[in-house]
Design a protein around this ligand. Structure first.
Ligand SMILES: [Fe+2]
Length: 532
């Protein structure tokens, strides 16, 4: 992973579809109908202001050999963020995860195609009424944007599309996930590289696990505490095709029964990597160079979490980000830009029984980490009780609480309501009224958040520190005009790319807020909590 002369890491080569696959481009561009197929035109119809309309689009393919591939992908060339469904020869085209938007739909079974002419139809629902939040808004007529390219089908060859992503780990497991472009089983092989002392021959064998056939593969790998340094690799075969990831080296921190190393942990917290891929690559490279034992990411990974392609092109696009997520256990916190995308819960493995919990907590050595989905939820009272119980039960020396949302901020999202003087944002208000008092009562070390795009440290009443570390690639933001009112506790504010490196040794925890160029913004230290 060398750096370019300009000091920026090379952006990843997109994992290309292998050469030699059959491709069929539609015979003509899309044709459109606004009257349920009575008339067709290359010009898309207009949905009048205030109306809900359905547009149909049609294209024809000549497919010489549907059996040339068992699975095909459709690149439809229509604006992807629309409410639309596709059919091929009157059969619905399945999408991998409803709720995601696709530019390219993979894994279409060959049985939906036939030799000769094939008809592709798209059905697009356009709601051109004023939004529910402003029913008086004057809407313009909506003319569907005319796509410049015809749709195309391509036979697929097996490849690993996303990941692997290393997830949560514990004394008796670690986790890894990945995505393939066609539904196959995946085999995971773990090769231990370092033995416990004295050696345990029984655990020196490689571990092999297989996932069921599918696009998403989630592994919870049993381990004993001697399995600390290892390599893992994922492989898949389909007919004559085979694919494999690189063999990734991992070193998990020592957990478990009290020992000298249990009092040490080195980890990174960062957030907000949307939407500048180059900046995200720079930050990911800097974090990779820190060799942390784990990374907590406090949300807003992509601009649009429901845009399926952004995960591969942006968040897991740059080589340093791919390497970081493949080799360092990754603990995610959900932000608003994740858009509650179903793929989020599939790609990440949090410390919870099935790895999908969005509110999670884990004691790792001397540190309790708590991550929550801080967005509005009808279940917030239950979450609040769970946080209180989790804090009460912990005897960890240090507690770091991660949410996408801070309680106080000097920047734009921390605006106050003119009447109440309180934050307009539900999550900010809730952090202030519910979360911070609990953290103060239990002597938590810090609340670490994102959502604003800068670094800001605030010393809150009661002795709690709040850190906004949201500089992993989102467009940077400065202070509001009302900053002093919004956040009277602000001590340091800097508009820069940043991340936080934390290091616990014995009873002392040090945080270095850093820019990816290596400048230390500030250094903070804490002593272990005194429980009584
Ligand atoms: Fe956000």
């Amino acid at each position: 992973m060398g750096l370019l002369a300009a000091g920026r890491p090379a952006l990843a080569e997109r994992p290309a579809e292998p050469a030699g696959r059959p491709e069929v481009v539609a015979q003509s561009k899309w044709q459109f109908s606004g009257d349920e197929g009575a008339t067709w035109s290359p010009r898309p119809p207009t949905v009048p202001a205030g109306k809900v309309g359905t547009i149909q689009a049609r294209a024809t393919f000549q497919v010489p050999d549907p059996g040339a591939a068992e699975f095909w992908q459709l690149t439809h060339a229509l604006p992807p963020r629309m409410d639309m469904t596709f059919s091929l020869n009157d059969k619905e085209v399945p999408v991998p995860l409803p709720g995601m938007y696709y530019k390219t739909i993979p894994a279409i079974p060959a049985r939906l195609l036939r030799k000769g002419p094939n008809v592709l139809m798209a059905r697009i629902r356009i709601d051109n009424r004023p939004p529910a939040s402003d029913r008086q808004k004057v809407m313009p007529d909506f003319t569907f944007p005319s796509p410049s390219d015809p749709p195309a089908l391509a036979g697929q060859k097996l490849r690993f599309q996303t990941g692997p992503i290393l997830g949560a780990f514990g004394e008796d497991y670690f986790s890894a996930t990945c995505r393939t472009n066609i539904p196959v089983p995946v085999r995971l092989t773990v090769t231990p590289a370092q033995r416990a002392t004295p050696p345990r021959p029984a655990s020196s064998r490689a571990i092999e696990l297989s996932s069921p056939a599918g696009l998403i593969h989630r592994f919870r790998v049993p381990r004993d505490s001697s399995l600390r340094v290892f390599e893992y690799q994922l492989k898949a075969t389909f007919g004559r095709d085979s694919a494999a990831t690189a063999a990734h080296s991992v070193a998990l921190p020592i957990l478990g029964p009290k020992g000298s190393r249990q009092d040490e942990l080195r980890f990174v917290i960062m957030g907000d990597s949307r939407s500048n891929t180059g900046d995200w690559a720079t930050v990911a490279q800097a974090v990779l160079n820190e060799k942390p034992a784990l990374v907590v990411f406090t949300g807003d990974m992509n601009d649009h979490g429901t845009d399926d392609w952004e995960w591969d092109e942006h968040y897991l696009g740059p080589e340093p980000a791919r390497e970081l997520l493949a080799t360092v256990p990754f603990y995610p916190v959900k932000g608003n830009h994740e858009e509650n995308a179903p793929l989020y819960n599939q790609l990440f493995y949090t410390p919870s029984p099935d790895g999908t919990a969005e509110n999670w907590a884990q004691e790792i050595g001397p540190v309790l980490l708590i991550g929550i989905n801080g967005q509005w939820s009808a279940r917030w009272p239950q979450t609040r009780t769970w946080i209180e119980n989790t804090l009460s039960e912990s005897t960890a020396k240090f507690i770091f609480f991660m949410s996408h949302y801070p309680a106080w901020s000097s920047a734009g999202n921390g605006k106050l309501d003119a009447k109440t003087g309180l934050p307009r944002h539900w999550a900010y208000l809730t952090a202030r009224t519910d979360i911070v008092p609990m953290l103060v009562r239990h002597k938590a070390t810090a609340l670490v958040a994102a959502h604003e795009h800068h670094y800001e440290r605030s010393d809150l009443p009661g002795g709690l520190m709040q850190i906004i570390s949201a500089g992993a690639g989102a467009p940077l933001s400065g202070k509001s005009r009302d900053a002093a009112k919004q956040n009277p506790y602000s001590k340091v504010f800097i508009k820069t790319l940043n991340y936080c490196l934390l290091e616990v040794k014995g009873n002392r925890c040090t945080l270095q807020a850093k820019t990816p160029a290596g400048t230390v913004i500030e250094t903070l230290t804490w002593q272990a909590r005194k429980l009584h």
